[in-house]
Design a protein. Structure first.
Length: 355
């Protein structure tokens, strides 16, 4: 997880928007630090806050800058090996050209007074290079060498009377041969055009990155100078800061004493309120018990009324039964068939049939 966060921080630092944000943060933080130092010098309010905000911002910026990845140095000759061979071929071509020029200078210096039969001719491009007396090659020629240079033949020859020696001719021929090989190697560099174009584009990109790095470095230098000036000003005014700090400490002690007194009063009030809350809680519990009792009694009263009504109905039915029984017994007692007396009101009253 920490590695992922570090990669995100590195990507943010390499992003153009992140670098611009860092420039803003550095500059604004340094400005706040300078303003805070000015407030402290002039004994204005808010200096401590400004210094804390500004220096905190700078500390955060420096911590994040520690995650910035250093620039990489690329070895392009390892990516494009042809560049290494091209440089070596160019050096060999220069050396061969220098040796050929030296040999020609020596030959021309020895041939300051050419005879009628001797001939020295140098033709570039696709022509022929001839050194020595070619008119008497069949009679008195002592050395002859033919090689390929550029796109035409090279002929080096001489006679017994020729001022060009065989060693010089051989050296010149070898130098020209080496120069031709170097020229062929240089012609092969035309195949590297696309690679060279890509290389130039990459170099342009690297140049832009280096330009941005230079701007960032200049911004860091400016911020460092501003911070150095701020620290110097703070150091020069350390005595005033010390006196202000001592007064601030005294005020803080007085404030602490006042806060301690307020805390004591608040604690006493808190205890009183706690006692009142306990009393209110007990009262609430009593009221709740009474309410529960009333709720239970209401339910019990309703049931009691129902049972009372049922008992009243049962009593009424029982009374009706008793009444019927008594009536039936009374009727049987006064019937003539049972030998009992006839009631005096038998004619006036008609017995009711029992249910």
């Amino acid at each position: 997880m920490s590695k992922i966060n570090r990669n995100k921080i590195e990507q943010f630092l390499q992003w153009e928007g992140g670098q611009r944000l860092f420039n803003f943060a550095y500059s604004i933080g340094a400005a706040v630090v300078i303003l805070g130092a000015l407030f402290k010098i002039l004994h204005l309010q808010g200096g401590n806050t400004l210094l804390m905000v500004g220096m905190g911002t700078e500390v955060l910026m420096f911590i994040l800058t520690a995650f910035d990845r250093p620039p990489r140095e690329y070895k392009w000759e390892e990516v494009f090996p042809a560049l290494r061979h091209a440089e070596a071929a160019a050096e060999e071509a220069l050396e061969a050209e220098a040796e050929a020029e030296d040999a020609l200078e020596r030959a021309l210096a020895e041939d300051d007074t050419p005879s009628a039969g001797s001939h020295t001719h140098v033709q570039g491009g696709g022509g022929t290079l001839v050194i020595g007396n070619l008119g008497s090659v069949g009679a008195g020629a002592t050395a002859g060498t033919t090689g390929a240079a550029a796109s035409g033949p090279i002929v080096v020859g001489g006679s017994a009377d020729s001022p060009v020696s065989a060693d010089d001719a051989a050296m010149l021929s070898e130098a020209i041969h080496r120069m031709s090989e170097a020229t062929e190697a240089m012609t092969q560099m035309a195949d590297l055009t696309a690679a060279t174009r890509d290389y130039m584009m990459q170099m342009a990109t690297i140049s832009q990155e280096l330009h941005r790095l230079g701007e960032t470095t200049r911004s860091l230098n400016a911020v460092s100078e501003v911070l150095l000036d701020s620290y110097r000003a703070i150091t020069e005014n350390s005595e005033n800061i010390t006196r202000s700090s001592s007064g601030y400490v005294k005020e803080m002690e007085a404030l602490n004493n006042n806060v301690s007194g307020l805390n004591t009063i608040y604690e006493i009030q808190l205890r009183s309120v706690s006692g009142q809350l306990d009393s209110i809680d007990r009262v609430n519990r009593g009221i709740k018990d009474i309410r529960d009792m009333y709720e239970k009694s209401a339910g019990t009263s309703a049931r009691y009324m129902e049972e009372t009504e049922k008992m009243a109905r049962y009593m009424q039915q029982l009374n009706q039964v008793y009444e019927n029984m008594i009536h039936a017994m009374t009727v049987n007692m006064y019937r003539p068939g049972f030998g009992g007396p006839v009631p005096p009101q038998a004619d006036a009253q008609t017995p009711s049939n029992p249910q």
